[in-house]
Write a protein that binds this ligand. Sequence first.
Ligand code: KG4
Ligand code: ZN
Length: 357
Amino acid sequence: MRVLGIETSCDETAVAIVEAPAGNGPVANLPKGRILANVVYSQLTEHRRFGGVVPEIAARAHLERLDGLVTEALAEAGLGLADLDGIAATGGPGLIGGVLVGVMTAKALAFAHDKPFLAINHLEGHALSVRLTEDVAFPYLLLLASGGHCQLLTVRGPGDFTRLGTTIDDAAGECFDKTAKLLGLGFPGGPAVERAAVGGDPQRFVLPRPMWRKPGCDFSFSGLKTAVRQTIEKLPPDDPGAIADLCASFQRTVGDVLADRCANALALAPSPTLVVAGGVAANVYLRGRLETLAAAHGARLVAPPIKLCTDNGAMIAWAGVERLRLGLTDGLDFRPRPRWPLDPALDPAAAGTAVRV
Ligand code: KG4
Ligand code: ZN
């Protein structure tokens, strides 16, 4: 089966086509997929001078680029729309202008070519993406850390999640972005901080580790963000190594917090597999920390390849494959959702008290 996936929930206009055996067996044991095309237009240059993503600029850029990217992806895969088995698009959560562009495009393609439409929760895209390239069976424990989210979840299958904890304030990626901004390292901040940390002394600055050693699986990053700002204000001007030392110390602190929270999750909901996904999972140092932590708990850490950690169309196409295998398609009356929790128990819409958007 071949599914086209569209991602437009933030500042990346992305389209991919993924192929996978259809199979009727138990979903946990079905084989992985193959990426036939994966094209991304990053709007970085359009947002850079504002130091963050401007929703209106993002929505317009998606509108201008998306049709061309769909054509490009089909050409890269050597396929026509008739060769596809489904059209998937991020249906939320995210910046609603962009989500609307992706959903309307996908619905139009699905309607015109009589293909199933699949509205994908962006977080489910991240959550399942590891299974596109790695042999990982359900259930698994997932640390989902991106620019907007930081959560620990048990993943049993598409639409079948239990959230063990979440951030009570900022997301981990947001904290990286803020640190980079304060240090003038650029945007997005994660890769910039990671690069700047190379060769730095991770022990030099002692920063707070919010939630560390507290029970449960929740996160908090706002105190760390404030401490980084205060430290930067006091940095000696004639110390060329200070930025590298601060970035390395910051990364170590985030690593301490993530490892501590994951340790609690592994104790509460034991799993042979710990998966890390979302943009922050692209950080090689943090991947290393989580690998050590998993091994200490007799588990293995599995992460998507680095380039599939940040937003992309392949993860949306793959979630489409997983849903299509189960017959979980969506109607053309699907409404894009700016908010959309993964855990059905936390979703007012799933509980019957629908929030109109
Ligand atoms: O998953 P993603 O592409 O978009 C959202 O759904 O939010 O994640 C983007 C976030 C940004 O905050 C970015 O700074 C962070 O992931 N990020 C990283 C790295 N690459 C991206 N954080 C730490 N280290 C990285 N190498
Ligand atoms: Zn994302």
